[in-house]
Write a protein of this length. Sequence first.
Length: 352
Amino acid sequence: MPRPFPCQPPTVSRLALLLAALAGLFSGCGPSPSKPEVVLYSSIDETYARRAADAFEQETGITVKMICDTEAAKSTGLLTRLLAEKASPVADVFWSGDVARAFALDKQGMLGAFDSEETSTLPSEMRLAEGRIMGSAARARVMIVHRELAPANQHRPVSVRDLALPEYASRSCIANPLFGTTAVHAAQLYRVWGEDGARRFFDDFAKNGGRMVASNGEVRRRVGAGEFAFGLTDSDDLHVAWLDGKAVDGIIPTSAEQGGLLLPSAVVMMKGAPHPAAAMRLASWLSGKSAEAMLAASEAAHWPQHKGVEPPEKFRGFSLPPPLSAAEWQEVNRIMERELNGSLASWVDSQR
């Protein structure tokens, strides 16, 4: 009498066992999940931004996909792109060379808070917009001076306003004030000197022979080459000129009335960031001591805002302007929005 048929024939049974074993094998040892990533938009000089991104990748294992702005359009191009992507963000984090443009994004409700252990040790004046904007590694606006064309024993400008005087203007250059940190500085001059005072400065600068050039980097190069005796630029450009062995000195105006301005970099996390966990880690890291120490020791020579981080060696002994408050940065941003399409744009057109 045939036995009941409780199972598959032996050949089928072996096949089933093999398939089951293979299924278990692949379920346990299949392809590993893709490596975590984060998208960074940066108007920090690409050389330094890449070093920071590489250090972050090595420390965390998170891949940083980075998009940088050009020198001439620093921050402007990326700001426009971020605003265009508001409804569907591509960037997770924006690392801006200045704080004012971060407030332009905050005004549009595009930023998320990312207060963390790394940011908690920043001074209160750097923790802005209720934790949505973190100011850190800073530069200052400086007057770069060619030592041979303007020796230290001769009269030199003390204030930015002095650059418009006949004795200095014809030997001076400034970058296009519609872009980069020069645009931020111009807006600050409008804020402090008033519209009439700022317009008078730019008009007198041009009338007395001052020249507009393309960028802060060109100011550094042309003063360093002895084409101009004076220029208005950023402290990182001055530092690079020193490292290049150029015969230049730096004058840092320390009061707002003199045209002094401290320019913290700004880190923000985009609301609706595609990779929120990685974005939080990157934004916090870029605002922390590791990134500040790296920038302070680099050719960029940014001033750290965290206590205990060594300042740039060549700038020790220099005094700095006080930081602006959140309300002051908001006013600077409002003036930029108005004047970049107003009197400053007209002034730039007249110089071409």
